[in-house]
Design a protein around this ligand. Structure first.
Ligand SMILES: [Cu+2]
Length: 987
């Protein structure tokens, strides 16, 4: 281990000497009985490395990080000025001023009107690998795609259209090497095993791997070895089928129209609509089943279809005998087959689904004089056009044993893609030009939350740091040479470079506000949002503070109280976009901007996880360089302002407000009155008339890498001897549970502490859940969704607090504390740090949008504060971790049937953080909770607590670690006994 240059121990950890590390490793290894796993198949390792090495030629921007020296805290937010080496400007970085014509590209567009009676064929195909795909991404290739391109074709429909799609599954059969019963999630490879794998790869190939870098450890190799390592029972050719809570059936697909208010199941004529319970199997699966069960056997389950399926989405809908148009908006489509949603969407299977209607017509007319100009061609006096921007982080490898074996061995890190392309492209605009951008955050992972902004100047993120590109002319006259160099920037620099934006829509829904008791659409001037409030993140260093200490204090300051939370989360001229969010923006080039360059930029929102704070604690408290992943900041495109000013002069975007059409019934704000139970309903349900229909849920599960140590109770290991390395492990003579990262994701269907002070363990998804929420048709409800994923704190000094396993930082005993208590301990004793991280879970609900009232973030003392500036229609909203909550109202109208809510971190969804819900027309079947009062946007956090009681830290801790999977196929209970909450010795 000591000779491994990729090992963290050799990066200056003063506490753990190589010698000690070796002893510890021996100790841990001694706890493992099977050492056969070291026989990594040569093909597996070498194939992985070949791909890894081949990628380095392409990855020159990333490679440059290596010469930039040890990473600094904070990436864009960090102080990088002392960096010993600054990377060179890569030749691949476009120079917007010298590029002759724009390189911006968008997928091709399908309009049903142009193809009457025809359907759009969405062919699900596998990308090539190794090698380049026909996609503009051209980086390796994606795992799956619609017809070989990513994003898929853009669909533009009108508000009254019928959209016909044929989804054809051209994939080969699922590979069917399926673990049956409890299984090890490969991303939960215990640290000693990871260390062994990294060491072996390094010894055999010289390829440096960092066992502490989640993106660097080849967990996919582990999967190949899992039979040997954990003795998991992998059944070859076993068809798992069904809706199982794990990554599975990578080759099974279907389609979901994200954001559309359409039939959730079947249309009146029996055709399929937005039904995510359907599963389209590859033909090969049918053959496989027939081989197993006989040629004439009935091999398809109720919701399964082989090969292809036709869908028909009716945009208009009937209400009270009238046909109503679908509101216009920027939506999207992607597959939603439980178990393969993450692998398919993250590999690029997604496309825009734009509904065009009265709002667009009004804006088009004002900007161009035409109702329907070509959205991609500058038209009229302000060069008005639209642009579609899909932002993703593309994963091209899979944990899933149903995926192609070649894909399980890839070392590619996930990479950002903008409309499928890895590098930012160049846009040309004239001074005074006005554009409308439809931005989609297609991210599906835990680092997906972004702050969207436009910066004056050219910026690029290389590895972990963001730089400004400085252009200078060297020499004189004919000899002059254009030189470009990079200059590291801080968060302050980025903020200073932001330019004005105006927002038309969120999640495709034109913004709605109430004025004089009337609802109206409006365009929000983002330059005025919290413009005068000081941003706690930007307070400079105090005397004696290192940059990391200063940044850590600023992060802590963000959580001091309600004001600091509001001021940190809500900033001018940026849009906070979590996974699946869309926003429609207007960007206007200033008339005097000729020659300037702007960067369309999406910065990772570091307040949406604890990773950044825990990294800063490491740096601030020791010499040790932090274990860090690259910042997921993305330069989307560069705009070069070129040519004569537009004819129309300086356009006033706010003047468009007067042109916007009235708010349709579907999007009228939901007043508290609408929540009231009518007398007729009360007669059927037995609840008091006038009470409010409400419901509470909790999303729970912990997504960090350092899990709480949970000791097995006496007798557990003996009882589950065959589950060693799957449910439990022995470290230094102590039996501990193996908590599974992805396995700890579920939902409490009725998390209501007023009626149920000790709610049962969270449940994973069941396709026909008898406990599911059942809403009454054409009524409104208020939902409160808590996020009980916790931030946890631990002693990390192994001299004073030796842990089982003893390999730092492996599995400390984690304590659930409020942020403030943990921070105070950290400052008194820097060995007490954040070690397990809660996740903000992006809540998404299908079919009906949410009139979101509140996004309540806990301050350092756990008091909740609403950070939502005003109520807003959305379909995806992040629930803040550590006991945070969202409050929304929704009308369940027009459609009965079954659909879902789920976490839009799609790995969480595939692993069970999804819930079936049902809309019924029989009041007797509805199961809302009646309450005397409802919450509101303007209440204080504690006032809302009084109506919807909050979970305690202790309850959250237990909920994070106790799960039930009611599925009869993969079903298990974890861990199957009561979890005790650890207390600190001085408590
Ligand atoms: Cu989640």
């Amino acid at each position: 281990m000591a000779s491994n240059p990729g090992s963290k121990k050799n990066k200056g950890d003063g506490r753990t000497t190589g010698e000690k590390g070796e002893r510890q490793m021996e100790g841990s290894r001694g706890g493992l009985e099977r050492r056969d796993f070291l026989k990594l198949s040569a093909s597996g390792v070498l194939a992985s490395l070949a791909v890894g090495c081949a990628s380095s030629a392409v990855l020159d921007l990333e490679e440059a990080t290596d010469v930039a020296g040890p990473p600094e805290p904070g990436g864009a937010g960090g102080a990088n000025a002392g960096s010993p080496a600054i990377p060179q400007v890569s030749e691949r970085l476009p120079d917007p001023e010298t590029i002759q014509s724009a390189t911006w590209h968008e997928p091709w567009t399908w309009r049903p009107q142009q193809w009457p009676g025809r359907s759009l064929q969405l062919n699900v195909t596998r990308g090539q690998n190794p090698g380049f795909s026909p996609s503009p991404a051209s980086f390796g290739s994606m795992l799956f795609s619609f017809g070989g391109i990513s994003p898929g074709p853009t669909i533009r429909v009108r508000s009254d259209d019928v959209l016909n799609l044929t989804v054809r599954n051209l994939l080969e059969r699922n590979h069917g090497e399926v673990e049956v019963g409890p299984y090890p999630a490969p991303i939960d490879v215990p640290r000693p095993l990871r260390a062994e794998i990294c060491k072996l790869v390094n010894e055999q190939t010289g390829f440096p791997l960092d066992e502490d870098d989640p993106g660097g450890c080849p967990v996919f190799i582990f999967l190949e070895q899992s039979r040997e390592v954990v003795g998991a029972e992998l059944r070859p050719n076993w068809d798992i089928g069904g809706h199982v809570n794990k990554f599975h059936a990578a080759h099974t697909t279907n389609i979901h129209t994200h954001g559309l208010h359409v039939q959730p199941q079947s249309n009146a004529d029996g055709s399929h609509s937005d039904n995510i319970f359907l599963r389209i199997l590859p033909q090969g699966d049918v053959d496989m089943r027939k081989q197993a069960r006989g040629e004439n056997a009935e091999v398809l389950n109720a919701h399964e279809h082989a090969g292809e399926l036709d869908y028909s989405f009716h945009l208009s809908y009937e209400r009270d005998g009238q046909r109503l148009s679908h509101p216009p908006g920027t939506h999207w489509y992607h597959p939603h087959s439980h178990g393969s949603t993450h692998v398919q969407v993250s590999s690029g299977m997604a496309g825009f689904l734009v509904v065009e209607g009265d709002v667009d017509q009004a804006i088009n007319r004002a900007m161009t004089g035409e109702d329907w100009p070509d959205p991609e061609i500058p038209t009229g006096d302000w060069d008005y056009r639209e642009r579609l921007m899909m932002l993703q982080r593309v994963f091209i490898a899979s944990f899933d044993t149903d995926a192609p074996p070649a894909k399980r061995n890839l070392l590619f890190p996930p990479f950002p893609a903008i409309n499928g392309a890895r590098e930012p492209s160049v846009i040309k605009m004239r001074p005074g030009a006005v554009e409308r951008w439809r931005v989609l955050n297609g991210s599906v992972d835990g680092a997906g939350t972004k702050r969207f902004m436009v910066l004056e100047g050219q910026f690029v993120t290389v590895g972990r740091t963001t730089y400004r590109v400085i252009t200078e002319m060297e020499g004189e006259g004919e000899e002059a040479e254009r030189k470009r160099r990079l200059e590291p920037v801080t968060e302050l620099d980025l903020v200073a470079a932001k330019v004005d934006l105006q927002q038309l829509a969120m999640d495709g829904i034109t913004l709605v506000r109430e004025r004089d008791g009337r609802a109206e659409h409006y365009i929000k001037d983002l330059s005025r949002v919290n413009a005068d409030a000081p941003d706690p993140r930007l307070a400079g260093p105090r005397p004696g503070e290192t940059p990391a200490q200063a940044e850590l204090r600023c992060i802590e300051d963000c959580f001091r109280d309600g004001d600091s939370l509001q001021h940190a989360f809500v900033r001018p001229n940026e849009v906070l976009m979590t996974n699946a969010n869309r926003c429609d923006l207007f960007f206007k080039v200033p008339l005097d901007a000729a020659g300037k360059v702007y960067t369309i930029f999406a910065a990772e929102s570091r307040l949406h996880s604890d990773t950044h704070q825990s990294n800063l604690q490491l740096v601030a408290s020791s010499e040790r360089p932090p274990v860090r992943r690259p910042a997921f900041d993305v330069a989307i495109a560069y705009i070069h302002i070129d040519g004569e000013p537009v004819a129309g002069g300086n356009f006033d975007i706010q003047s468009l407000n007067a042109k916007l059409p009235p708010v349709p019934p579907l999007l009228q704000p939901i007043a508290e009155n609408e929540l009231r139970v009518s007398a007729a309903e009360a007669a059927r349900t037995g609840v008091a008339a006038g009470s409010r229909r409400t419901r509470t849920l909790a999303y729970t599960g912990t997504g960090g890498t350092d899990f709480p140590v949970t000791y097995c109770p006496p007798g557990y290991a003996e009882k589950h001897a065959d589950m060693k390395y799957r449910l439990w492990m022995n470290f230094d003579g102590v039996d501990i549970m193996l908590p599974q990262i992805s396995g700890t994701m579920g939902i409490n269907p009725d998390f209501d502490l007023r009626f149920n002070p000790q709610p049962e363990a969270p449940r994973k998804f069941v396709a026909f859940d008898p406990k599911c929420p059942r809403m009454l048709l054409d009524t409104a409800e208020e939902w409160v969704v808590y996020n009980t994923s916790q931030t946890m704190w631990s002693h990390t000094d192994l001299e004073r607090f030796p842990q089982p396993g003893a390999e730092p930082p492996f599995r400390y005993i984690n304590h659930p504390l409020q942020r403030g208590a943990g921070q105070r301990r950290f400052h008194a004793d820097p060995e007490f740090k954040i070690t397990a991280k809660g996740n903000d879970h992006p809540f998404h609900i299908h079919v009906n949008p949410m009139w979101v009232q509140r996004v309540d973030v806990p301050d350092e003392n756990g008091v909740l504060h609403n950070i939502l500036p005003e109520p807003c229609w959305m379909d995806s909203v992040a629930i803040p971790r550590n006991g945070g909550r969202i409050v929304f109202r929704s009308r369940f109208e027009d459609f009965t049937g079954q659909w879902i809510n789920h976490c839009h971190i799609l790995a969480h969804e595939d692993n069970g953080m999804m819930q079936m819900i049902e809309c019924v027309d029989d009041p007797g079947r509805a199961n809302y909770r009646p309450r005397e009062r409802a919450a509101s946007h303007g209440m204080s956090g504690p006032e809302v607590d009084a109506i919807y009681p909050r979970p305690s830290l202790e309850l959250m801790y237990r909920q994070n670690l106790s799960f039930v999977d009611p599925s009869h196929i993969g079903g298990y209970e974890f861990p199957g006994f009561e979890i005790e909450v650890p207390t600190l010795d001085d408590e």
